[in-house]
Design a protein around this ligand. Structure first.
Ligand code: SF4
Length: 455
């Protein structure tokens, strides 16, 4: 079907074809699932939240719980205040969460519902909490919604205090539960304890026990979110996901926070560990140095398969920036770097990454792009590898180009949510996936007499 994509490039302003993003509430829901005993609540129609839940469920292969204000014609015309108040009462009565995290949808934003006013008039049982975030879907993307919800937790729950504890705060940005487990391991090896917000490990990668648990054991506790005001310093990962929350930590809690890229690849992981080292006062332990050495060894061993291979990288901005930097470290040649999330700062950051690796060749970089456009670029100049979400598979098939699935969403494979792409371990995994994919292609394409088990 995608073979119909024309190679002639036409400027489009008002149309996205095969979008590379989804709507804000998906991100708000994902962020809220990283808080323990939290029920994400979608203030809009049931159709929206059905889509948001199924989207997350298909990526994580785990149930993504959420409730809805269930708008019908009445609420759409007269406002959803009555629906939200009834929902809050019913959710606490029936599902007994500790906290409800309400986010808006296109509909409730368009009619101008005032969540703050509605929630202040709602009946909230003693000891229970309700937070909210405005997540209009016609602005930004799921990444914006994620950032807005994380910032709301901080703005509405964390309490500033001058009494500091020995912990640090870590905002991991939009990563998989497997990445959060890896970040925790790195923190522990660096002798640091952290409040991580949000923390989907143990929630969206919970083990099969045979018994359904509506609220699994994982997630940031409410006590920890409140105590975020007492950490001695904070690190926020990912410019697109964490800028808003990082500003809340600085502004509201008056805590020094470093905003840095996701630790994908060698240099970004080095920088992350050096930040941890300056916060803990500890040197990077030998175990981690050895891990780094093994990564470099692998990169050198497989270099002839990476060298100068042209890559198209697409997906969420923070992940794409990290992948772009790691591709350059591997000797790959990113030719197209694309995100669906709007924001010119993405283009500037990618240019800066390219400059920092002394790359001067021409790279097409775009924010608010779509996969139709990427396909057109590829039709005009092909690549050796696609690196991105499952939605690239149609281009991969149409162009007969190998693809490594990474980022969000990965809907057509298993295990990705358990395994990291961050840290040296994550980089080893990524390098292995990329090398294996390129080598599989060589095996497939070579003449029979050239097929050898030693490569
Ligand atoms: S109507 Fe808006 S909030 Fe609902 S699914 Fe569509 S884009 Fe998302």
């Amino acid at each position: 079907m995608l073979d119909q994509t024309p190679s002639e490039y036409l400027e489009r302003k008002a149309l996205r074809i095969n979008p590379l993003k989804t709507c804000q509430p998906v991100g708000a829901l994902y962020a809220a699932l990283g808080v323990r005993k939290c029920m994400p609540h979608s203030h809009g129609s049931q159709g929206c939240v059905s889509y948001h839940r199924s989207f997350l469920t298909r990526h994580f292969k785990e149930p993504a719980i959420a409730t809805s204000s269930s708008f019908t014609e009445g609420a759409s015309v007269f406002g959803g205040g009555a629906n939200l108040k009834a929902s809050i009462k019913n959710i606490f009565d029936i599902y007994d969460p500790d906290i409800i995290a309400v986010h808006t949808t296109c509909l409730s934003e368009t009619i101008g519902d005032d969540l703050n006013a509605f929630i202040s008039e709602a009946t909230v049982p003693e000891g229970k909490l309700v937070v909210y975030a405005n997540t209009p879907s016609y602005v930004g993307s799921h990444i914006t919604g994620f950032g807005n919800m994380v910032a709301s937790f901080i703005k509405q729950l964390s309490i500033p205090t001058s009494a500091k504890c020995d912990k640090i705060g870590l905002l991991p940005g939009w990563v998989n539960p497997g990445d959060i487990r890896e970040l925790k391991r790195l923190l522990s090896l660096m002798g640091l304890e952290a409040i991580i917000l949000p923390d989907q490990s143990g929630v969206l990668d919970s083990p099969m026990t045979g018994t359904y648990q509506m609220y699994p054991e994982g997630g940031t506790t409410i006590e920890d979110i409140i105590a975020l005001g007492s950490v001695k310093a904070a690190i926020s990962l990912g410019y697109a996901c964490s800028t808003e929350a990082s500003l809340a930590i600085k502004g509201r809690l008056n805590i020094e926070t470093s905003l840095m890229p996701l630790p994908i690849g060698v240099r970004a992981t080095d920088n992350f560990l050096m930040s941890l080292s300056s916060l803990s006062g500890q040197k990077v332990p030998l175990d981690l140095e050895s891990e780094r050495g093994r990564l470099i060894d692998l990169m050198l061993d497989a270099n002839q398969y990476f060298h100068e291979k042209k890559v198209a990288i697409f997906g969420d901005p923070d992940t794409v920036e990290g992948l772009c930097a790691f591709c350059l470290e591997l000797g790959l040649k990113p030719l197209y770097v694309l995100t669906g999330t709007p924001g010119d700062s993405f283009v500037e950051r990618v240019k800066k990454i390219l400059r920092s690796y002394q790359e001067t060749y021409e790279v097409k970089i775009k924010a608010a792009g779509d996969l139709f456009e990427l396909h057109q670029w590829i039709k005009n100049q092909g690549v050796d590898l696609l690196l991105g979400s499952s939605y690239g598979k149609q281009i991969a098939k149409a162009q007969d180009t190998p693809m490594v699935r990474v980022g969000f969403p990965v809907l057509d494979r298993y295990g990705h949510a358990y395994n990291p792409i961050v840290g040296y371990r994550g980089a080893i995994r990524l390098a292995e996936m990329i090398a294996s994919t390129l080598m599989d292609r060589l095996d497939r394409d070579c003449a029979d007499e050239d097929l050898d088990v030693v490569m």
